[in-house]
Design a binder for this molecule. Structure first.
Ligand code: NAI
Ligand code: MG
Length: 338
């Protein structure tokens, strides 16, 4: 029996509900595949800040560091002090954000299957900022090291897929983006066997809406990746099903693309994105720790989710149904197969 120690940030708003449901699915799939999880709470977010004065207490950071992986629900207004900081602190330099049309999810498009590879620790999110009464500066920082390693991740992912990478930037206006494009393209060309194209971000935003099927891997900077991944989720139907992986060389943190959705009843949230983030975690644990059962468990969760969505009997509000998060995950658990 493989035991994984998973730190858990339940977060704010819909966070605690979708995390609770994702954990139920993980425990059920673990039982089937001989995996056991030790979930360790690492409180962080708006509520924790209100209570303790700190959005990410030291103790939580230590628990995360001491775990094999972190499962994170969305936090609210403290996103900067929690997730942006964690990405930097743990050097989770790659953010992988798949967007796929799925049966049962209404979308205007046919066959979208793309992956946004977002650089995750540089750019204007680096935190090099200065604000005075009459000025505000957020410095966009790109390094050769940071650009090369994210380009290598894009290549690695493209080779598992349709072998095409679109580098998205604003190189026509920003010298720093000309640098990003040049450094990234050197890496991609040196890999060979990968079709490389370039696109300015404004056109990419447009192409995502008019012809999203054309994309395979989109390699882009931190802020553009943040924005384009919500857009890609909308193109595929709903933010409620979009998962993401924040990975570095030594650690992985898995969360939905969406935020805490303060405008909806938490029990009525779509837990799919969080559940699929759990599946990404299983796959990453399987690959990095060499545990075959975790890879199979990841596939089982994904297939069960796809089945329940395709059947369309249990649908959350964002998909036009009336089911609550718990009912959706009950259906997923009932559909788990080896
Ligand atoms: P949001 O992603 O929370 O919500 C955008 C829209 O999508 C809303 O209409 C919401 O109801 C809907 N939505 C999102 N997830 C859903 C789900 N699972 N099921 C059904 N509907 C869903 O973005 P917003 O409103 O801009 O941000 C809300 C808060 O979340 C902010 O405080 C923001 O800072 C935080 N946030 C945190 C993130 C993180 O922890 N990584 C990421 C993005 C935002
Ligand atoms: Mg975002």
């Amino acid at each position: 029996m493989s035991v994984f120690r998973v730190s858990v940030i339940r977060g704010d708003g819909i966070g605690p509900v979708v995390v609770r449901e994702a954990i139920r699915v993980l425990e059920a799939v673990g039982d089937r595949f001989g995996l056991s999880f030790q979930f360790v709470d690492a409180p962080a977010g708006d509520a924790v800040q209100a209570e303790t004065g700190e959005a990410l207490p030291r103790e939580s950071l230590q628990r995360i560091r001491g775990s094999d992986a972190c499962l994170k629900g969305p936090v609210g207004e403290t996103a900067r002090d929690v997730i942006v900081l964690l990405r930097r602190e743990l050097d989770l330099y790659a953010n992988l954000r798949p967007a796929k049309t799925m049966k049962g999810i209404p979308s205007r498009y046919g066959n979208v299957d793309l992956l946004i590879v977002r650089e995750n620790v540089e750019d204007v999110y680096r935190g090099v900022e200065d604000v005075g009464r009459d000025h505000a500066v957020s410095l966009a920082v790109y390094t050769r090291h940071g650009t090369e390693r994210i380009a290598r991740v894009a290549c690695r992912e493209a080779l598992k897929r349709r072998r095409k990478v679109t580098v998205v930037d604003k190189a026509n206006v920003l010298l720093s983006h000309r640098f990003f494009r040049e450094v990234a393209s050197e890496v991609i060309r040196s890999h060979g066997g990968i079709q490389l194209e370039f696109m300015y971000v404004d056109n990419a935003a447009y192409q995502l809406v008019v012809r999203p099927e054309r994309f395979d891997v989109i390699l882009t900077t931190n802020m553009f990746g943040d924005i384009l991944s919500d857009e890609a989720a909308g193109v595929c139907g709903t933010l409620g099903v979009a998962p993401s992986a924040n990975v570095g060389d030594a650690f992985g943190l898995f969360e939905p693309v969406h935020g805490s959705a303060p405008d909806i009843d938490p029990e009525r949230a779509n837990p799919t994105a969080m559940v699929l983030a759990g599946a990404m975690m299983l796959r990453w644990l399987g690959e990095t720790k060499g545990v075959e059962a975790a890879l199979r468990a990841a596939g089982a969760v994904e297939r069960a989710v796809e089945l329940v969505l395709a059947e369309g009997k249990v649908r959350t509000v964002d998909l036009g149904g009336g089911s609550i998060a718990r009912e959706f995950c009950d259906a997923v658990i009932a559909r788990l197969q080896d």
